[in-house]
Design a protein around this ligand. Structure first.
Ligand SMILES: Cc1ncc(COP(=O)(O)O)c(C=O)c1O
Length: 339
């Protein structure tokens, strides 16, 4: 099977497996796992933040951000198709007890003026706006890279109004590789940053959340409460270190594969690529074929290609390091055959 459903399906590399085997470990709840400490220090340095914390998943990192930044009853501004709003099981409202105020964006980017106008004024009837969340790259916008200027403008609005900014950078390294702007530069426009080691970077488990020392101290407690305080976790932090040391550059190849795939798709009758394909995600409209997204995905599966149903008329493909150039060609041939 050629698995183009997501970049979460990558298998750990030999180097990651070896690193896990050889990892020096200790009890991380006591702060005694040297491998985790190394990973957290490296992540903090890459992001230009004081401290970082290894968490089990991107979802856990985002939830910890809300729990740490907000008080129950606060309001959080975020983009209407953001992962936090659509795909985190309503955790912000259930766990952090905050109200979400979604703003529809363009290619995942909220208009800074709209963000400003959405901030609550002081009024006995209103919740307190305390946090703005940004997502870069933006998953449901097809891996769109948020312009740095957009992040800067939103950060400025937030600071003038005394709000915190959290960046859901599950795929922030894809943004770096696509734009040439460093993760550090992006991270300057957020108080806290979450990024995933287990997406295109290929680690089997884990995410990082980074911010000030005081923030991370409080975040560590929330992580413990959520059951994310782990023991000899250097075993899984070690592949994360390999991901940061060896796998960032190869994202460029994933992006190149995605572009080649999109160009190939554009030549197939009835198929329309819906997004700009800036990184590793391709959203394909199949409305003008004989298929629904479900039958399209089933037909492709029978030819050994896995894709994901994305929307009413759309299917999603994601490139990653377990997908070769030949796999892209095979997928194009399979799509040509089924439409
Ligand atoms: C933008 C974004 N944020 C957060 C997450 C959550 O990451 P995890 O699956 O590790 O919980 C994802 C997962 O796809 C994502 O795309």
């Amino acid at each position: 099977m050629i698995d183009l459903r997501s970049d979460t399906v990558t298998k750990p590399t030999e180097a990651m497996r070896r690193a896990a085997y050889e990892a020096e470990v200790g009890d991380d709840v006591y702060g005694e796992d040297p491998t985790v400490t190394r990973l957290e220090e490296k992540a903090a340095e890459l992001l230009g933040k004081e401290k970082a914390l290894f968490v089990t998943s991107g979802t856990q990192g985002n939830q910890i951000a809300a729990l740490t930044h907000c008080r129950p009853g606060d309001e959080v501004i975020l983009e209407a198709s953001s992962h936090i709003y659509i795909h985190e099981v309503g955790g912000f409202s259930t766990l952090a007890n905050v109200q979400i105020r979604p703003i529809p964006g363009i290619n995942g980017a909220m208009d800074p003026v709209e963000v400003k106008n959405t901030i609550r004024s002081e009024n006995i009837h209103y919740p307190t706006t305390s946090l703005v969340c940004i997502e870069n790259t933006h998953n449901l916008a097809g891996g769109a890279v948020l312009p740095l200027s957009n992040m800067q403008a939103i950060y400025q609005v937030a600071k003038v109004n005394n709000l915190q900014v959290h960046l859901d950078g599950a795929r922030l390294f894809n943004a770096q590789v696509a734009s040439g702007i460093s993760v550090k530069e992006y991270a300057k426009n957020a108080d806290t940053v979450q990024f995933c080691l287990s997406k295109g970077l290929g680690a089997p488990v884990g995410s990082i959340i980074a911010g000030t020392e005081a923030f991370i101290k409080r975040a560590r407690k929330w992580r413990k409460m959520l059951g994310g305080g782990l023991r000899q976790v250097g075993i899984i932090a070690a592949p994360g270190l390999v991901a940061l040391e060896e796998n960032i550059e190869q994202l460029a190849e994933d992006h190149a594969h995605a572009r080649i795939f999109a160009e190939g798709l554009a030549t197939i009758d009835g198929i329309r690529v819906e997004n700009k394909v800036e990184t590793n995600i391709i959203i394909v409209n199949v409305k003008e074929t004989e298929h629904t997204p479900e039958t399209f995905v089933d037909a492709l599966k029978s030819k050994g290609i896995l894709a994901g149903v994305f929307g009413l008329d759309t299917v999603r493909f994601v490139t990653h390091y377990d997908v070769s150039r030949e796999d892209i060609d095979k997928a194009l041939i399979a799509i040509q055959a089924i439409v």
